[in-house]
Write a new protein. Structure first.
Length: 268
C-alpha cells in the first residue's frame, strides 16, 4: 500500500495517520526489524525508518543515543535497506528519514533505485532543501518515490509554498523550533502551521516533534493528517531491561497511539 492510499483510507475513516519512527540497527539490525514489525502489528499505519547518523541536526538526545548504539554495532546503509525490505513485507508503507550525506556518498540515483527495490516509498530529508535537491528530484521521479521536505513555524509564506510544491506523499510540519523529543505539551504553533500548509496544497500534512502518548496523538490528529512519533517509541526499547520487555512496551505505546488517532472523528 502506498502512502497516498494510507492517507486516503484514514481520511475516509475520519481520522489521522499514525507514523512511528525507529532507527535501523537499534539495538541490532534484527532487533530493529522486530521492533518495527511490532509497531505495525500494534496499529501504527506508517513506519519511518531512520538511517543512523553520527551528527544529526534534528534528532534529540533519545534518538541520538539509539543511533549511536546502532552505529557502534556496525550498522551500514545496506542493513537499513534490508530492514526496510523486511518491514515493507508486512504491507505497511515504509518511508526512510535520512540526512543527505549518506545518500550523496552512496550515489543518489543508485540509492533511489535500491530504496525502491527494497519497497521503500520515499525519503524524508531534514537537511536537504528543494533548492539544492536537483539530483534527488530527478531520481525520485525516475523511480516513482515520494519526497518529503520540512516546513517550520519560521518558514515564510513564499518559502513554504515553494517547499510544499516539491513534496510528494506528504508534507512534514515541524511543530516546534528545536530538536525531536517527547514533550509534556504539544506545540501551540502547530495548528497555524498546518493551516498555512493547507492553504497552498492538497497534500496531507504530518506533524512531528513532541508527541509522547495517545492523548497527544488525538490532540494533534484533530487538525493534522499525520501524527509522527519517534522519541517516545525509541525510549520504550532504550529504557527496557531486555528485548522482550522493550517489545511489550513498544506494542503498548503503539496501540495507545493508534487508539489516539482514531479517538477524534474528522470530516472525510
Amino acid at each position: 500500500m502506498s502512502l497516498t492510499e494510507v492517507f486516503e483510507k484514514a481520511r475516509a475513516e475520519g481520522r489521522a495517520v499514525a507514523i512511528g519512527c525507529m532507527p535501523a540497527g537499534f539495538p541490532t539490525v534484527e532487533g530493529s526489524i522486530a521492533a518495527m514489525v511490532a509497531m505495525a502489528e500494534a496499529g501504527i499505519d506508517v513506519i519511518e525508518v531512520e538511517l543512523p547518523y553520527s551528527d544529526p541536526v534534528m534528532d534529540g538526545p533519545v534518538i541520538q543515543k539509539a543511533s549511536d548504539i546502532a552505529l557502534a554495532g556496525g550498522v551500514r546503509t545496506q542493513d537499513t535497506l534490508r530492514a526496510i525490505e523486511a518491514v515493507a513485507g508486512t504491507g505497511v508503507p515504509v518511508v526512510l528519514m535520512t540526512y543527505w550525506n549518506p545518500i550523496e556518498r552512496y550515489g543518489v540515483d543508485a540509492f533511489a533505485r535500491d530504496l525502491a527495490a527494497a519497497g521503500g516509498t520515499g525519503l524524508i530529508t531534514p537537511d536537504l532543501i528543494p533548492d539544492e535537491a536537483g539530483e534527488w528530484l530527478a531520481a525520485s521521479d525516475a523511480y516513482q518515490l515520494d519526497r518529503t521536505f520540512l516546513v517550520s513555524p519560521s518558514s515564510t509564506d513564499a518559502r513554504l509554498a515553494m517547499t510544499v510544491g516539491h513534496c510528494r506523499g506528504f508534507v512534514y510540519a515541524t511543530a516546534v523550533m528545536g530538536v525531536t523529543g517527547a514533550r509534556d505539551q504539544t506545540s501551540a504553533a502547530a495548528p497555524a502551521l498546518v493551516a498555512r500548509v493547507r492553504a497552498v496544497t492538497d497534500l496531507p500534512v504530518g506533524v512531528g516533534l513532541g508527541v509522547r502518548d495517545g492523548a497527544q496523538a488525538a490532540e494533534v490528529g484533530s487538525f493534522a493528517d499525520g501524527v509522527i512519533v519517534g522519541s517516545a517509541l525509541v525510549r520504550c526499547v532504550l529504557e527496557a531491561p531486555d528485548e522482550a520487555a522493550g517489545l511489550a512496551s513498544l506494542r503498548a505505546l503503539s496501540a495507545d497511539l493508534a487508539r489516539g488517532v482514531r479517538a477524534v472523528k474528522r470530516e472525510a
